[in-house]
Every structure is written in C-alpha cells, then in structure tokens.
Design a protein around this ligand. Structure first.
Ligand SMILES: Cc1cc2nc3c(=O)[nH]c(=O)nc-3n(C[C@H](O)[C@H](O)[C@H](O)COP(=O)(O)OP(=O)(O)OC[C@H]3O[C@@H](n4cnc5c(N)ncnc54)[C@H](O)[C@@H]3O)c2cc1C
Length: 492
C-alpha cells in the first residue's frame, strides 16, 4: 500500500461514465476538490456504446414544438409501461429532474436529431413524443459535456486517475471515509474523503454474477461494455453492508446477434435483427428450435414479444426467409447490406443457407427439420388462402418458396442490469436495514435499472436518470464542500 494521492479531497467519484462525469463536474463547479477514479483508460463508460435515447416531460424543446407534457405525465407513462414495477420515489424524482437535464443539454448546444422529440417503437411507446437523441447517440452526450469536464480538470478541481480500479471502501466507525484502489499500474492506494460517490455502472458484463442474483435469467448475451462488472456494488455490499434490491426483475431485449457464437457478447453497433414491425413489416417467419412459429411477427408490442421470448429455451429463435425476400426491401439486420446477409450465410456462424428446408434445419444443427418443413408448408398455404393467421399476423406474405433458404439465429440480448444499491432520494446508499450509510452515495445504473425503468424498457429512463442523478449528487457534494447545508440530506 502506498501513501495515496495528494488530497485532501472533498469527494471521491468512482467511475467516469454517464453519471460520474456530471457528478464530478457539478461538485467541482461549486469549488469542491474531486478525485475521480476510472478503471478504464479513458472517460465515458457506457456513453461510448449506448443508444443515447433520453426522455423528459415538459422540456423546452417539446414546448417549442407544441407538445404538451409534464414530469407528472411522464411518471404516469412510466408506471403504465413498467406495470408499476419501478421504485416509485426514485422514478418520480427521475421524471422531475429530466426536463432540467434536457434543457441543460440544450443550453450546452446538444446536436438533437431534428425529428425529435419522437415516439420510439423499439420499446413500448409513450403517449406523447418525449424521447430525444443525437445522431451519434451517447457520443454526442459525451462531447457535449466534455468541455465542462476539461474546464474543471484544467482548474485543478478534478483530478483524474485512469486505470485505477476500486476494490474496497474504507469504513471507520460505521462511516465511509475513502476507497482502496488498484492502479494505475500495480500500485494499490488508499484515498480518503468525507464523501464517496459510486458511479461505477451496472453488472451487465458479469457473466457469473448476473444469473446468480437473477434466478431464471437466461445465459447472458451482453451488449454492455466490459467494464460493467458491478465492482461498485460488490465493494459497497462487502465493505459497508449496503442493501441491494431489484435483481428479481429481468427482461431481455428481443433481438440480438451473438458474436462470436458462444461468447455471450453482442455488438450493438454491428447490427441487430430488424424485428420492429412498425418500421419494417416482416418478410420472414420466426421459428423456435422445434421449427414452429411461436409469435405474431408483426405484433407492435415489444413488451409482449420480450415476455414470449423469456419462455423460449436459451432465449433464442430463428428468422427464416428465402432468396426472394433478401432484396425485396430493407435488410433483415439493421446496418447490414443485402450482400452482407449473403456473406454471413457463406460464413455460417449466425446465418445459414441451404437449397432445401431440411438441409437448412440440419445446417443450423438445432432446428427440427420436420417441424420447419411443416411450418413453411402451413405458412405458404395460409398466405395462399389469405389467412386468418392463428397467431394474429396481419402481413400475410410473402410465401417462402425461392431457394436457397436462410435461417438467422436471433438471441435475446441483455443491455442493462436491473438490480442495484438501495438509495433514498438524497442518493444516499442505504444499508440492509434501510438506514443511510454515512459518507456513501450512488448514482447511475449502480442503483439498478429497475428503479427507474422497472421490469420493462421505458424509453430514455436510464441515460437520463444517470445524468440527472449524477448532477444532483454533484451539486449536493459541492454545496457541502462549500460549507452549505446539504440540500437534500434528509430521507425521502
Ligand atoms: C448498447 C446499449 C444501449 C443502451 N441504450 C440506452 C438508451 O438508448 N437509453 C437509455 O436510457 N439507456 C440505454 N442504455 C443504458 C444506459 O446507457 C446505461 O444504463 C447508462 O449509460 C449507465 O451509466 P452509468 O454512469 O451508471 O455507468 P457507465 O456509463 O458504464 O459508467 C461507469 C464507469 O465506471 C467505471 N468503473 C467500473 N468499475 C470501476 C472500478 N472498480 N473502479 C473505477 N471505475 C470503475 C467504468 O469503466 C465506467 O467508465 C443502453 C445500454 C447499452 C449497453
């Protein structure tokens, strides 16, 4: 153990991602001296990969477009979409803070996509256009707030340690008074401050831990950055007895491509199957391992689809199509060209191709050939007679009859971790008995995606709360450092 950094610090922020950057910036802007530990070699965290959809009710941008909305309407929509599975006081606070966060980004010159605010159909849509984003997703958020960060680093109020990994909290007389971290390099150091803010993200890349806390969750196919291993949650539970809640919630996103096969990893930006019927009516059929259709391919409810997929063994299903379907419209995978579909089929890792349906099923090594042949025969007959489809599909066609035939392996994919540290509306971490742990705070996905989005996907209800709660916590830490009373130090 070496002697630690040059402190003394007013606050330590662990993790320089979506929540950690605004937290450090707001604290430093109020004069606090902030040490930021980041285990990666660059700041940004999930902002490098996130879709970056944000949502808020009652924003300036909505008003300018005549959209009538409010934090209360947003909150009611979140309750509807999540079937009342959020942590109410945390989700309500997130909705109240959201318009301020979006207006703040607006003032910073955020490059909004012109068609936003919009309804998003990849998740259960809200009742009014409320979701906004930039063309470069999370990277636009990072670039918009980076000048604020650079300013505080240049002023010496933020000191950043890259390659520094939190291992434990330092606890004395029941209060958190610092952290222990490995790195940079092989050094192990203790850093001390009266407040520690954990903004180290979720655990969606923790392939053992995730299923161990979410019984019945499938084998994880994760799109999260490798850094999302729940380190902050482990340290807080181990060192300070922090409470952990919400991991019983789980819902995968219905679509995804596992690459390389068996790895449990998926790359969001390499493309995902285009299964949102609102944007692309299906030209394919979806079958399970038995070769049977199992859902209405043009069902407009993503939530219903996600629940059906939870019931499939290994949460996988197959998108089956013929040669004629490839060129008949938008490709079956977003960001792929028609030629890429054929190329992938030649490679045979996630798409297979064969001259007959029996051979196609055998080529996958999984699909039952008899089931597939009967299903396609049944489908073609149904298209010919014009329905009705017992599963309720309204786009009845095309038939699958032009060889070669293709099967694309689709895997339900996990974007977020639902469980997290228990916090109150002061973002104070609570122990297992529900009492605040002195000196310990948290913001971002570390408090659990389920807190703000429930057992569902509420559009924008992770990135926005991460930014909002990061800012809120930073303001409080800064005001305490400036000798002012903590603005929200009482329990909810
Ligand atoms: C592909 C993808 C798309 C998504 N799309 C959306 C979307 O459109 N809208 C939405 O609302 N949500 C979306 N989400 C979720 C959302 O992006 C995340 O929940 C959110 O960005 C997490 O922010 P965070 O600050 O909690 O964590 P992060 O941004 O991941 O930051 C955590 C930081 O902590 C660091 N860290 C971790 N452990 C340690 C340690 N031991 N010591 C020091 N540092 C550590 C990490 O390296 C990282 O930099 C998406 C997620 C993914 C993966």
């Amino acid at each position: 153990m070496n002697g630690g950094r040059s402190g003394p610090w007013d606050a330590i922020v662990v993790g320089a991602g979506t929540a950690g950057i605004p937290c450090a910036v707001e604290a430093a802007a109020r004069g606090a001296r902030v040490l930021v530990l980041e285990k990666a070699e660059r700041i940004g965290g999930t902002l490098w990969v996130t879709g970056g959809h944000l949502s808020g009710g009652g924003t300036r941008r909505q008003r300018e477009r005549g959209i009538v909305d409010s934090p209360q309407a947003h909150y009611e929509d979140v309750l509807r979409v999540s079937h009342d599975t959020v942590v109410p006081e945390i989700a309500r606070l997130a909705c109240e803070e959201a318009p301020h966060t979006l207006d703040w980004l607006d003032e910073l010159g955020f490059p909004w996509e012109p068609e936003t605010p919009a309804l998003v159909y990849g998740h259960e849509p809200y009742r009014v256009p409320r979701t906004v984003w930039g063309a470069n997703a999370g990277r636009d958020i990072l670039e918009t707030i980076r000048p604020l960060w650079d300013e505080q680093v240049a002023a010496g109020r933020i000191e950043l340690l890259l390659g520094a990994r939190l291992t434990d909290l330092v606890v004395e007389a029941g209060a958190v008074v610092g952290v222990r971290a490995e790195g940079p390099g092989s050094a192990v150091a203790e850093h001390r401050a009266p407040a520690v803010a954990l903004t180290a993200g979720g655990y969606t890349a923790a392939h053992d831990f995730y299923p161990s806390v979410t019984p019945g969750s499938p084998r994880l196919v994760s799109v999260a950055p490798h850094s999302s291993t729940g380190d902050g949650i482990h340290a807080a539970r181990r060192s300070s007895g922090a409470g952990f809640r919400g991991a019983e919630k789980f819902l995968p996103t219905a679509f995804g491509i596992e690459r390389p096969p068996g790895s449990g990893r998926s790359d969001f930006w390499d493309g995902w199957p285009a299964v949102v019927a609102h944007f692309r009516p299906p030209r394919e059929i979806y079958v399970n391992d038995a070769g049977l259709r199992f859902l209405n391919e043009d069902d407009e409810s993503p939530h219903r689809r996600e629940e059906v997929i939870m019931e499939l063994p290994d949460n996988r299903w197959w998108i089956v199509f013929d040669e004629a379907a490839i060129d008949a419209g938008d490709p079956v995978v977003n960001f792929w060209s028609h030629e890429r579909v054929r190329e992938e089929a030649r490679r045979g890792e996630v798409v297979w191709r064969a001259d007959t349906l029996e051979e196609l099923a055998r080529a996958t090594g999984v699909i039952d050939p008899v089931g597939l042949v009967e299903t396609v025969a049944g489908w073609n007959a149904l298209v010919e007679r014009g329905g009705p489809d017992p599963l309720g599909r309204s786009v009845l066609g095309p038939k699958l009859e032009t060889a070669p035939f293709y099967a694309l392996l689709n895997r339900a994919t996990t974007f977020i971790s639902f469980g997290g540290l228990a916090v109150d509306t002061g973002l104070r971490v609570l122990d297992e008995a529900g009492a605040p742990i002195p000196g310990l705070f948290a913001a971002g996905e570390i408090v659990g995606a389920g807190a703000t989005s429930g057992n569902a996907f509420c559009s924008g209800m992770l990135v926005t709360p991460a930014l909002s709660f990061g800012r809120r916590l930073g303001r409080a830490l800064g005001e305490v450092a400036a000798g002012l009373p903590a603005p929200f130090a009482k329990s909810a």
